[in-house]
Each structure stands twice: as C-alpha cells, then as structure tokens.
Write a protein that binds this ligand. Structure first.
Ligand SMILES: Cc1ncc(COP(=O)(O)O)c(C=O)c1O
Length: 420
C-alpha cells in the first residue's frame, strides 16, 4: 500500500534532527540539537495565556470580517513594523496570522509557487524550506558548483564568514525564478545579512521581477551592535516581499504555534485563505496571549538580547577552548555553527554520534543544512568537504544546562584538554 503515497510524501523523510533527538533521549543526552529553550517562558505572557483559557477563549478564534484571528495582533504588528522598519502596513489587509512561522512560510509557498517554478535558497539553510517547496512542486535551487552540474552555477554562502558572492547569486537566476527565500538572522550560521548584501538581493529580485519570502523569526535576537534589517525596506521590495515570523523564539514559546505573514494585500489574502483551509485558525488562547507578548516593554527585548548574548559568549568560549574552530561568531539567532578541529578525522555525523554516546550531549551535524554537492545518501562529495566539518549547537538553554554541557565535554578531552 505504500505505493499509494503521493510523490511529495515519498520525498519527505524524517528530519535527521528529529532522529538524533530520539537517540539523544534514549541516551539521556543534553539536547543542544533543537532550537527550543529549556527555560521558562516569561511570566507575564504565561499569565495572559492562563487568563485567556480561564476566560473561555476556547473556540475557533474570533471571526472578524471573515478572518479567524485576533485583530489586535495585526494592529500591533503593523505598529511594530512601522517603528522598526519604517514600513506602512494595513493591519486589516496585509497580515495573516498562522500556526507559527512554519505554517506562514508553507502558506506563502503554496500561495505563490507552481510546479516547475524555481525558488532560490541560500546554502546552508534551515531544512524546512526545501520540503515545502517540494510539496508545492517547485524546484529548490541550491547553489551548485559547476563541476557537478554545469548548467546551475550557483554558490553557497562562502565559509568561514558565510559571505554572499553577488555574481554567484546573479548567475543563479533564471526566467523560471519565482522567489528568493531569505532567512536573516540565519539558521544555522548565526549570520545577519548586511545592508550591502540585502541591497544586492533586493536588486536581484527587482531586476528579475521575482518575489522574496523572508524568515525573520530571530528578528529580535541580534548581538553586539549588529541590527536586523528587513529585506522589505529596500526600494521596490515591499510590494514583492512576504515577511514571516512568529512568537516562538522571541518569547520562548515554540509550542504555542502563533506566527504571521506580512505582505501586500493580495499575498496576505491568499496566505490567509490557505491557512483557513489547512488549519482554520491559530490557537485562540495563545493568540490572546500574543497580544500581551507583543506589547512587552522595550526592556523585555533588551534583556532577551543580553541574556542570549551571554549564552552565546559562554558556548563560543567553551567550544573554542576544547579545540573547535570558531571563525564566525554568531551575530544573531540562537545557534553556533562550529567547525571541527583540523586534526579531528571524524565527519560531522561521526562526531555527533561520539558526542551523544561518550559525552551525553547531542548537537546537529552540519551537512543536513547543505543542499549542494550532496549525493543521494547525504554524503558530501568532492572538494566541498567543508560541508561535513560543521556541527550546529543550539545555545537557547539555561545556564545550568550549558554548565552541564561543559562538564560532560570533559569526557571527550585528552590530557591537554582538547577533543580527542
Ligand atoms: C530559521 C527558522 N525559522 C522558523 C523556525 C520555526 O518557527 P515557528 O516555531 O514559528 O514555526 C525555526 C525553528 O527552529 C527556525 O530556526
């Protein structure tokens, strides 16, 4: 009966991250694989959710003008987008509330991508995008080196700084390019795209007349003096950009499933229609609590950054101290993409297995985030072996957890205190 599965379903397999999380659970390992916090969500928003449940916000969310969502969220998001990015958003027409960024992104893809359309992804990138594009029948165009496939001359973000090479981006565009997906701050590298890089992407979108779908879930988590800039602010971009984001990371509530897509009315309306057909509405009590969350005072957002910055500094120091090559310090997001020491002969996958079994810590082998130059069995080929040299560590964990990781890593160290 398995043959009855759709082509799209057959292509989708369990994420290696989920599989490793399972192994980690079996070994009682500390989970630095998945990007969810292990510390409590802020009290003021938990209280708001409890109060919403006690006030019987238990049904499909309020029906306003045929929209199943809480209009106050749209009003507040519009205000925030104006304050932060200077963009004018109509809260009545330009916002679709969805079940997390994941659904907002999927709905944006289904709203825009037909079979055969090409979508540009940066390499490495968050693994969910490709699955959605495949389901929509689009072709994920990763940056492939000419040596392997000569008619796609696309290039990844170049390590160690994950630099965007404009000429390689331009060469990846074809007349079938429908959209460019941009995630900044970036998972897995922690890169925040610069104004100059965004200008290049914006110019490419405008000259090719294609859409941009951005994933800005880490919009409030940037470090030092680095600021997140939305691609939508560049000339000609607001009319062709869907911004997706959510409560998940900013408020440490990845299980609440409240997110949004913001874009021109025709796109937001198409996304909303898809969302209503697929899930009907995001959870009602958590939408109520979202209002309280979004109204958090500026100090909340400052503390979020500074708390995460100290976690970032801790993990960078810890991993650099035991021999990982850290050539790129995360500028945003909650991940460190650490390179294996030069003298470590293990691949990323082999190292993570050793990490789980010998130290009781799980992280994610980097090759799952790369799409170019991987053979069908997921093994990196040819000269691009750097794709097998990175491990992604999620540092959205309590100080206690991070301290325990530090202790457990001791099991992997040789007499000189370096990874053996
Ligand atoms: C880049 C990125 N986008 C989206 C998500 C998921 O967001 P949500 O919980 O809002 O669906 C994640 C979760 O790890 C992520 O890293």
């Amino acid at each position: 009966m398995e043959a009855k599965l759709s082509r799209a379903a057959k292509k989708l397999t369990t994420s290696p991250i989920q599989e490793l999380s399972h192994l980690a659970q079996c070994c009682n390992a500390i989970n630095l694989a998945e990007g969810f916090p292990d510390f409590p969500a802020p009290l003021h928003i938990k209280n708001a959710a409890v109060s919403a449940i006690n006030s019987d916000f238990n049904q499909y969310s309020v029906l306003v003008c045929n929209l199943r969502h809480v209009q106050g969220i749209c009003d507040h998001l519009s205000q925030m987008v104006k304050e932060i990015h200077g963009l004018d958003i109509n809260p009545l027409t330009d916002v679709a509330i969805c079940c997390g960024q994941t659904e907002a992104f999927a709905a944006a893809i289904f709203a825009t991508i037909d079979a055969g359309d090409e979508v540009i992804l940066f390499d490495p990138s968050y693994e969910t995008y490709e699955g959605c594009i495949t389901m929509a029948g689009g072709v994920p165009v990763s940056y492939l080196l000419p040596i392997f496939i000569s008619n796609f001359i696309h290039v990844p973000l170049d390590p160690p700084q994950w630099t965007l090479d404009p000429s390689k981006l331009l060469r990846s565009l074809t007349e079938r390019t429908k959209a460019i997906v941009l995630n900044s701050p970036h998972n897995p590298t922690g890169k925040v795209f610069t104004k100059e890089e965004l200008e290049i992407i914006a110019r490419a979108c405008c000259s090719q007349d294609c859409l941009a779908i951005t994933d800005e879930v880490y919009e409030h988590i940037t470090y030092d003096t680095v600021k997140h800039i939305s691609l939508a602010i560049f000339p000609g971009m607001q009319e062709r950009t869907v911004i997706t984001s959510s409560l998940s990371k900013t408020f440490s509530v990845t299980g609440w499933r409240v997110g949004w897509a913001i874009g021109p009315a025709f796109l937001a309306s198409a996304i909303r229609n898809i969302h209503i057909k697929v899930t009907d509405s995001a959870p009602a009590p958590f939408q109520e609590a979202a209002l309280t969350a979004l109204r958090s005072p500026p100090e909340y957002f400052q503390t979020l950054k500074s708390d995460y910055q100290s976690k970032r500094d801790f993990i960078v120091k810890l991993l650099a101290g035991v021999g990982f090559k850290i050539q790129f310090i995360p500028q945003g997001s909650i991940f460190l993409f650490a390179e294996l020491p030069e003298d470590c002969l293990l691949s990323d996958v082999e190292f993570v297995k050793k990490l789980i079994l010998e130290a009781g810590v799980v992280a994610v082998p980097g090759q799952g985030f790369f799409h170019a130059n991987l053979s069908s069995n997921g093994i990196s080929e040819g000269s691009c072996s750097y794709q097998k040299r990175y491990i992604r560590f999620a540092f959205c964990k309590s100080h206690e957890t991070l301290a325990a990781v530090s202790e457990r890593l001791g099991n992997l160290l040789n007499g000189e205190g370096f990874l053996r």
